[in-house]
Design a binder for this molecule. Structure first.
Ligand code: AOF
Ligand code: ZN
Length: 398
């Protein structure tokens, strides 16, 4: 068990804080921050701000004077790369700058880039792995899952009343959650590669599916807007299909969708992807994720109605993380939809278990962050590090 000092933790926390600045900017790259420390003081910092732009380590080194980096320490939340991709190897820059010691949180899962720590050791630079590994992993779960599985990380977001209803008996649902909760949802949208909704939600709510995070600088890139529409019967007039509202649109349809509708949507700039049935009369979500992964989509936010939520969470079990907002109201009604539709489970022993990672307030609402059973976990060895503690952080926020 390695005991990290408070100073070491503080410097890596700063690297993680810098890394978060790249939220919504860096995909398909990871969120990375770097801090250079000399004689116990920060001399420069850097963060990665997008594909083709300098890596965090390169940015921090460039921001420091040459004499400041000799004999200094570098803190970075991902193992430095040793490859030439859109930019050159960070390991070479680190060695040339005379850095003596590199602290990194998690190994680089990218087969092209990995191996940087060994390269540094070979060049006489000391490396220390595992500082704030859990936090660093949580920050880059999208990147890590996609690198290991070529499938996107799946976040499911839902909002309900205290009695678990997502709409009134008449279908009224705007809005159950508060403005603060909805702003948080826009922050989530801003950081993912794709948003996915079902046919019923598209028809009923006509959402834009754009990311409009609170007080945020203009989005440099809007997430891809995806809809499950087996028979391609949604009207072309929906905002979802209008490019002026958001990112590119993808329609997932059944193998036997009418060719005329496919042609019409394609001509309008919508990408149409055929998906096999799942055996329960719905499109296979597993196959949808496979198709998205091939498009280099590393994260998808599902904003489901009751049917899609049940498929994603219970029937297919594809969700890796669930955000639930509970609003302080009661709606009642046998026929008012609740969070999960579908057939449901029969026995309590069939329930999908979950681990609550976080509970917070969002205005008047309660915000749960939950990891359901079956969520992605990295392969053995990736995270079982000295720093490894319990798998989540149960926190309460004021
Ligand atoms: C980043 N930013 O700060 C670090 C990365 O092809 P490139 O040049 O865009 O390199 C991307 C890979 O580099 C990425 O998949 C990851 O493995 C490694 N490290 N990437 O975008 C950074 N340190
Ligand atoms: Zn690099």
């Amino acid at each position: 068990m390695i005991h990290w000092t408070d100073k070491e933790r503080t410097f890596m926390k700063e690297a993680l804080r810098l890394a978060r600045r790249g939220w919504g900017l860096v995909s398909p790259n990871p969120l990375v921050g770097a801090v250079i420390v000399r004689k116990g003081k920060i001399v420069s910092t850097g963060w990665h701000s997008g594909p083709g732009l300098p890596h965090a380590e390169a940015a921090a080194l460039a921001a420091a004077g040459k004499r400041q980096t000799v004999g200094a320490e570098l803190y970075v939340n991902l193992e430095p790369c040793r490859h030439t991709g859109r930019t050159g190897p960070c390991t070479d820059l680190i060695v040339a700058a005379g850095i003596e010691k590199v602290y990194y949180s998690i190994p680089d899962p990218n087969p092209q880039a990995r191996g940087g720590a060994q390269a540094l050791e070979d060049a006489g630079v000391e490396t220390r792995r595992g500082l704030l590994a859990r936090e660093a992993y949580d920050l880059n779960q999208f990147f890590v899952k996609w690198q290991f599985t070529r499938r996107p990380f799946v976040i499911l977001k839902t909002a309900a009343s205290l009695d678990g209803k997502i709409a009134t008996r008449a279908g009224d649902s705007r809005w159950i959650s508060s403005k603060v909760a909805r702003n948080y949802s826009h922050h989530l949208r801003a950081g993912v590669d794709a948003i996915l909704i079902g046919r019923a939600t598209a028809a009923k709510d006509d959402p834009e599916l754009s990311a409009r995070p609170w007080g945020r600088r203009k989005m440099h890139r809007e997430p891809m807007r995806c809809v499950l529409d087996p028979g391609l019967r949604l009207p072309a007039s929906l905002k979802l299909f209008d490019p002026s509202y958001g990112g590119p649109t993808v329609s997932f349809c059944a193998p036997d969708a009418p060719p005329a509708a496919v042609a019409e949507l394609s001509a309008a700039g919508v990408r149409v992807i055929h998906i096999p049935w799942d055996g329960r009369g719905r499109l296979s979500l597993g196959k949808v994720l496979e198709a998205l992964g091939e498009l280099e989509v590393q994260s998808v936010l599902i904003e489901p109605g009751a049917t899609l939520a049940a498929s994603a969470l219970l029937d297919e079990g594809v969700a890796d993380l669930v955000h639930v907002f509970i609003a302080p109201m009661f709606l009642g009604g046998q026929d008012a939809p609740s969070m999960l539709g579908g057939a449901g489970v029969e026995k309590l022993t069939d329930a999908r278990g979950a681990e609550i990672l976080r509970i917070a307030r969002k205005g008047p609402d309660i915000h749960f962050v939950v990891r359901p059973q079956g969520a992605f976990t990295p392969p053995p060895g990736f995270l079982d590090l000295p720093e490894d503690g319990p798998s989540g952080h149960l926190e309460e926020e004021g």
